[in-house]
Design a protein around this ligand. Structure first.
Ligand code: HEC
Ligand code: HEC
Length: 221
């Protein structure tokens, strides 16, 4: 009897911590000291340009990224989004082992993060992003309007104040790769409402919506 109660207690305790671990909607963007600090600092675009030199080997000059999807375009992205993603990577909230040695505290100061974010936000988005096959764009448009536009915006412009990334101008192959990662739970810092939206998508849905996004007109930031 005692044994049973203890087992039940252990089970309940386990269930309790499992529930506590399940992310609540606010967790993906909960404040922590470095993010709060970086967001409050005044950036300097000229210093940001200099500090971005070590990033160009991967993200390329002008932060255009690569059409093969290996490295995202950063030009024109909201400074708030860039700051959140960089401090999330540094603090282990988002995995990015390839980039970490270049974004580590020894290499990059919190001030430089604010500087780089300001520099990148103002860079022009050139309309040369990689696109999908075009086979299923209409379905992609319907999916986007139903499940994505409420956050990423009708024109893919995102929302700086809410930390929703701009997606217009992003390379198809990166959008595809990242959406698959989000669906698999591999992008640990992602908004759980988005996880619910993408969670029910099949591979073709993800390809169609990524293709649609990659064809959104590129407007100045
Ligand atoms: C060794 C290659 C490499 C270097 C150097 C590098 N990055 Fe990255 N970066 C990546 C990769 C790969 C990703 C995409 C990660 C993924 O697939 O989730 C990325 C993603 C990002 C993102 C997130 C973009 C998004 O849309 O979510 C930001 C912001 C970023 N990098 C900024 C920088 C900055 C600033 C530097 C220089 C201090 C830098 N990176 C240097 C490889 C690199
Ligand atoms: C509830 C708001 C919300 C909805 C709905 C949403 N997203 Fe997102 N999305 C976000 C946030 C927030 C991020 C950044 C996540 C993070 O902090 O890592 C993001 C990131 C992304 C990224 C990675 C962008 C980058 O620059 O790395 C892709 C791709 C993406 N979303 C696609 C979609 C698609 C496709 C849909 C619709 C099926 C969708 N999202 C619906 C909020 C949303």
């Amino acid at each position: 009897m005692n044994m049973h109660l203890r087992t039940l207690g252990t089970l309940l305790a386990g269930l309790g911590s499992a529930l506590a671990l399940a992310a609540s909607p606010g967790d993906w963007n909960a404040p922590y000291p470095e993010k709060t600090e970086a967001l409050s600092l005044r950036g300097d675009a000229a210093r940001g340009e200099a500090a971005f030199a070590i990033c160009q080997g991967c993200h390329r000059v002008g932060a255009t990224g690569r059409a093969d999807g290996s490295y995202p375009r950063l030009a024109g992205q909201h400074a708030t989004v860039l700051i959140k993603q960089l401090t999330d990577v540094r603090s282990g909230r988002r995995g990015n082992p390839k980039m970490l040695p270049f974004a580590d505290h020894q290499v990059l100061s919190t001030q430089e993060i604010a500087d780089i974010a300001l520099y990148l936000q103002a860079l022009p988005v050139t309309p040369d992003q990689g696109r999908g096959s075009g086979a299923d764009v209409e379905r992609g448009a319907r999916l986007y309007a139903a499940d994505c536009a409420s956050c990423h915006g009708a024109r893919g412009e995102g929302d700086a104040a809410k930390f929703y990334p701009r997606v217009a101008g992003q390379h198809y192959r990166y959008l595809l790769r990242e959406s698959l990662l989000i669906r698999a739970g591999g992008r640990r810092n992602a908004n759980p409402e988005m996880l619910r939206a993408i969670g029910g998508y099949g591979d073709e849905d993800i390809a169609a919506v990524s293709d649609y996004i990659s064809r959104l007109p590129v407007a100045p930031p």
